[in-house]
Design a protein around this ligand. Structure first.
Ligand code: PLP
Length: 398
């Protein structure tokens, strides 16, 4: 079948919850993807910040193949070695003390919300605690995660949400403070807002929130599902500011393609929240997913991924700044940290993205007017140059 026929089949069978780009991908190699007709694409999306190590990393693939032959799944009623090792490694890179493995980012958020509610419940025995989340945030599509997502467009048809959520303005401390009261049990935000348009947290804001949380025994929950796992040049973006959350969520690049997430917490929260019987998952933390995590963290160290992100991230910033200056009639500004960058345009970017795809460059939007840049973390300066060349051609035409 050719690409068109596959796409017709897909549209006849898959639920239409995505307006998909007209490509059927077949395989990947390094930072390149190939469609089923053999066309090559430079990938600046990584499956939305997932495939950090690039495609076809032999050590990663071999580790998964070995684990498949050994044991794919047991149950969380028993221990397994990959989960024990993955938890230990994750504690080390995150600075957190307790780990719960999930299958996705949204489930990590669900767990974080349950943890915060239970922590507050154990303190005063009441159940009307509130969580403060941010406008323009994104935390996932399950009902709990949707309830803390600050975008009414995603929520409207699915009301009522879980109760007692307040929304404040991101990076506006006074707006958060105005929503704090005796019932506040947690403040939740992304260290770099992803879907909301690539807005990094301001240092002053995150530090003031940390101090506020300490003062009032409110839990700080940071969602680093998109910006975590090295994408900002730090294993977790909050480490740039020396701020430690009480609960941290991770997913996307955590397993580099194997579906897995985690919510992690400090020992204090771990000892005073979820207990046996309070939470569970059939698949979460299974040996295959955890073998992926172990190998990913090992390869980050071995391949100096953070150093590469710092170096190429700075170069990408420079090249995007030049582009924004050159096309100032089209582009409002660049925002981002390391290899999570966004260019905000004055107009919708859908046509630009389609033009880039036609020229063999995969890009994705974040909201209608923003192009997001989420390349594999092993990308090199030359490939940034290639991306800029293609994107410039598309802008010249628009
Ligand atoms: C993608 C994302 C989620 C949801 O993760 P899923 O694995 O799609 O459920 C939550 N928070 C942030 C910041 C994300 O980018």
């Amino acid at each position: 079948m050719d690409m068109k026929e596959y796409i017709d089949e897909a549209e006849a069978s898959l639920l239409h919850t995505y307006n998909r780009y007209q490509i059927v991908f077949d395989k990947g190699e390094g930072v390149y993807l190939y469609d089923i007709e053999g066309k090559k694409y430079l990938d600046f999306v990584s499956g939305i910040a997932v495939f950090a190590l690039g495609y076809g990393n032999k050590e990663y693939n071999d580790a998964l193949k070995d684990q498949i032959d050994k044991l794919i799944h047991t149950s969380n009623y028993y221990y397994n070695v990959p989960a024990i090792e993955a938890a230990k490694k994750l504690k080390k890179i995150s600075g957190m003390d307790r780990v719960f493995f999930t299958n996705s980012g949204a489930e990590a958020i669900e767990g974080a919300v349950k943890t915060a509610r239970k922590y507050a419940y154990l303190k005063d025995g009441t159940t009307d605690h509130e969580i403060i989340a941010m406008n323009h945030s994104f935390h996932g599509r399950t009902m709990g995660a949707l309830s803390v997502t600050g975008n009414s467009h995603y929520r409207e048809a699915f009301e009522p949400m879980i109760g007692n959520i307040r929304f404040a303005d991101f990076n506006d401390f006074d707006s958060v403070l105005a929503n704090v009261n005796k019932k506040t049990c947690a403040i939740l935000f992304e260290t770099v807002q992803g879907e909301g348009g690539i807005h990094p947290v301001k240092e002053d804001f995150i530090k003031k929130i940390r101090a506020l949380c300490d003062e009032r025994d409110i839990l700080l929950i940071l969602d680093e599902i998109q910006c975590g796992m090295g994408r900002t040049g730090y294993m977790y973006a909050c480490q740039k500011y020396g701020v430690k959350p009480d609960i941290l969520t991770s997913a996307k690049a955590l397993g580099c393609g194997v579906p897995v997430g985690a919510f992690m917490m400090t020992e204090k929260v771990g000892q005073n929240s979820l207990k046996a019987g309070d939470h569970g998952t059939t698949y979460g933390g299974n040996p295959l997913a955890c073998a992926a995590i172990c190998k990913v963290i090992e390869l980050y160290e071995k391949e100096n991924v953070l150093e590469n992100v710092k170096q190429v991230g700075a170069y990408l910033e420079k090249r995007l700044d030049e582009l924004a200056a050159k096309y100032s009639s089209l582009i409002v500004e660049r925002r981002g940290m390391g290899l999570i960058q966004g260019l905000e345009f004055k107009e919708p970017v859908a046509d630009i993205i389609n033009a880039a795809i036609a020229r063999g460059l995969v890009l994705i939007n974040a909201g209608s007017n923003i192009i997001r840049f989420l390349p594999p973390l092993i990308i090199k300066n030359e490939q940034v140059d290639d991306m800029i060349d293609i994107l410039s051609q598309c802008l010249d035409k628009s």
